[in-house]
Design a protein around this ligand. Sequence first.
Ligand code: RP5
Length: 157
Amino acid sequence: MKVAVIMGSISDMPVMQDAIDILNGFDIETEVDIVSAHRTPDKLVDFSKNAHQRGISVIIAGAGGSAHLPGMIAALSPLPVLGVPIESKKLKGLDSLLSIAQMPKGIPVGTLAIGEDGAINAALLAASIIGLSDLTVKKKLNQFRLGQSKSVKKKPK
Ligand code: RP5
């Protein structure tokens, strides 16, 4: 099972790399590509309609500004789509967040937080979805969470 990590521009890559790193850490295969809803609409349609036939089980899509990429992919693909709002220069990502989160009923996009936190959580959520049917991934996710719990100091010094 693969996860596709899609972004609207190469400028989104530093944030989306965090998602890729988490998925790689769980040995989940990734397919990474730039697909722009407004600049490469034909590629968007082609990618969205065919992703599920290539062994992809979850799509993570990051976009900034008037971020219609995750919603458009979700409208065209039967796969679960997780949207990562990229921090924009003008509105600090609030535009991206609302564009991705405020999908009208009927076509859901699982929306994460703006920026790196959202990218990391999108990857963890993808791992959790894959872990439902892949015991190895489930165990790795449990270990990750255990390590996180252990890293919290018991008392402040
Ligand atoms: C969106 O426009 C991209 O997802 C990116 O976040 C934003 C800016 O793109 P560039 O102008 O950096 O290519 O489509």
